[in-house]
Design a protein around this ligand. Structure first.
Ligand code: ADE
Length: 277
């Protein structure tokens, strides 16, 4: 029998290709979506081993208190270190999961980081609510685990749960065997490679005409070279329109003559000077 936190469990998991995910939260119900779709299937196939824990199980007073008022004053409540300490001690046991704390104050969670985390055998997510978790918890575990405070974007959620769902989906779909054969993560907009810094362009399916709107003729031509070129033109146009700061970061070395024509038509120059556009 595997025991949570057993170092041998982590080693076995890595050898078997299973990634273990522990999630500690006061709202375990938030994680019901992990039973369905891509991630649900990955769990059924044994690619992912997800374990959700109720933080209040480690609170000992009758009200199962997990928070208290902030030292120094100010609004809101701060999550208590003792409760988190007991929870992480039990869940990590003697093992060494990489610990992830979602917070709007963290460094950005990116596709590159998703790829790095997808290579880990064991992740432990600690979901804060209110104003966050007492900072000593991250210091305590930072001394013996890799601890990352991560933000999924420049907006403030009510707690870390939704951010963890986002991260688990982004990481989970990169695990070998999760995406079907026909689909691949290599063309993702933010993945290193040919499409780096390029958003994907528009997509179409049958019928060829819908409510008078036609599918661009090139896509029906069967000419793979022309289709690829059209898709790249559209990707460039969309990136300049929606994410000029990404387009500005395109490596000029990766741009061919036609790319430069498209960018010229848009009066867009690659390089930091266009950041203000
Ligand atoms: N918790 C609250 N807001 C968050 C955000 N933007 N990213 C990660 N965790 C959060």
């Amino acid at each position: 029998m595997d025991r949570p936190g057993d170092a041998a469990t982590a080693v076995r998991a890595a050898a078997s290709g299973t990634m273990r995910l522990d999630i500690i939260s006061i709202f375990p119900e938030y994680f019901a979506p992990l039973d369905v779709s891509l991630i649900g299937k990955a769990r059924e196939r044994g690619i992912l081993d997800v374990r959700v824990h109720q933080l209040r199980d480690w609170a000992h007073d009758v009200h199962k208190t997990v928070d208290d008022t902030p030292y120094g004053g100010g609004p809101g409540m701060v999550m208590k270190p003792e409760v988190w300490g007991e929870a992480v001690d039990v869940v990590a046991g003697g093992g060494t999961p990489r610990m992830i704390v979602p917070t709007p104050s963290g460094r950005p969670f990116t596709q590159e980081l998703a790829q790095e985390l997808a290579a880990e055998p064991w992740l432990l997510f600690a979901c804060g609510r209110y104003e966050g978790i007492d900072a000593r918890v991250m210091r305590e575990y930072g001394a013996r685990l890799r601890v990352d405070e991560l933000s999924i974007g420049d907006y403030v959620l009510a707690g870390g749960e939704v951010a963890v769902l986002v991260m688990v989906e982004a990481i989970g779909r990169l695990l070998p065997g999760v995406l079907g054969n026909a689909v691949s993560a290599v063309d993702d907009s933010f993945a290193p490679g040919a499409m780096r810094n390029l958003l994907e362009g528009p997509v179409y399916t049958k019928p060829p005409v819908w409510r008078g709107h036609e599918v661009p003729a090139v896509l029906l031509s069967g000419h793979h070279g022309k289709v690829a070129r059209w898709r790249r033109d559209e990707a460039l146009r969309r990136t300049v329109a929606n994410r000029p700061e990404l387009a500005a970061g395109l490596d000029p070395e990766t741009l061919d003559k036609r790319d430069r024509e498209v960018l010229d038509e848009l009066a867009f120059r690659v390089g930091p000077e266009d950041m203000a556009n």
